[in-house]
Ligand binder design. Structure first.
Ligand code: OGA
Ligand code: MN
Length: 300
């Protein structure tokens, strides 16, 4: 199918998430279609593209690059057995080893990836965090393994005026040491150096829409200038508020789906499934926000 401009959005939830129809993201898209997709992302924050067939590596990278600049490569946890996917721009969001076998219970990559079940925003532990993430489903388990998305704009809007005032200028510190650390994951000395915390505003302003949102993530583990116990309490309180059912859209995967979310306006988490029994093969490409989020904080 050659792409023409007949793209539509069908909302999947009252505040967040829509299915984008009328475009084949496996084919090149014009700048006009890219603009329409950005507008859809601004409005719904999560877009679902249902194709039935997973994108090839080249198709997923082409589609992602037509919407912006891809993120620099990750400092991965020490890979024990090499990498599974053929291109470093793809993040391997699977429970498989390089020969496509299920990871055993105590595998480091498995334990590290379990952290995706905590609410987070991708790359919030980087000074320049992620803009969009695009996750393509190749193999899905028979049950479980959904992905949930929370609307952090609605979460900000629905906070009381006193709380807004109290937190609007706060700065949090984010690191994978905090997120995986709360689960008891053990880091090597080199990882403790590589994963040095970075600062992010607790409330951010979207560079395109100007809307404010709570910038929370499991990676957040300190608040600058606040006693640690109080900081963790506040982060918990806000996370509970932000992930109430009415702000959350749950995506039930079909093989071939691509779901793209704006990390500048949402958090997400994976839901459990029987990962020692069934493969779940998902591949992610990621766009960079291009500038530190802190630069946008003072607009409040
Ligand atoms: C991710 C992620 C959740 C999932 O790809 O960044 O957190 O459901 N995925 O796999
Ligand atoms: Mn993620």
């Amino acid at each position: 199918m050659r792409n023409t401009m007949n793209l539509t959005f069908a909302p999947m939830h009252p505040v967040i998430g829509a299915e984008c129809k009328g475009v084949d993201i496996g084919e090149p898209i014009s700048p006009e279609i890219a603009d329409a997709i950005h507008d859809g992302m601004d409005r719904y924050a999560v877009l679902v593209f249902r194709r039935g067939t997973p994108l090839t590596t080249e198709q997923q990278i082409r589609f992602t690059k037509s919407l912006g600049e891809t993120e620099g490569l990750y400092t991965k946890i020490q890979a024990e057995k090499g990498v599974r996917l053929d291109n470093p721009l793809l993040s391997d969001i699977s429970n498989l080893d390089p020969s496509d076998k299920l990871l055993p219970p105590d595998d480091r990559k498995r334990l590290f990836n379990l952290g995706n079940r905590l609410w987070h925003s991708d790359s919030s532990y980087k000074k320049i965090p992620a803009k969009y993430s695009a996750l393509c489903a190749h193999v899905i388990p028979p049950r479980g393994g959904e992905t949930e998305f929370a609307d952090m704009r609605a979460a900000w809007d629905m906070l009381g005026a006193d709380m807004k005032e109290q937190i609007k200028d706060l700065v949090a510190e984010h690191s994978r040491i905090f997120s995986k650390g709360t689960l008891g994951f053990q880091f090597t000395e080199q990882e403790l150096i590589d994963f040095e915390p970075v600062r992010q505003p607790l409330v951010r302003t979207h560079p395109r829409t100007g809307r404010h949102s709570l910038y929370l993530s499991s990676h957040a583990g300190r608040i600058v200038g606040m006693p640690q116990v109080e900081a963790l309490m506040l982060l918990r309180e806000l996370t509970e508020h932000a992930t109430q059912r009415e702000f959350v859209f749950r995506h039930q995967w079909r093989a071939g789906d691509l779901v793209m979310w704006d990390n500048q306006a949402t958090m997400h988490r994976a839901r459990p499934y029987e990962d020692l029994k069934y493969p779940r093969d998902m591949r992610r490409t990621t766009l960079t926000a291009g500038a530190p989020a802190l630069g946008y904080a003072s607009a409040l």
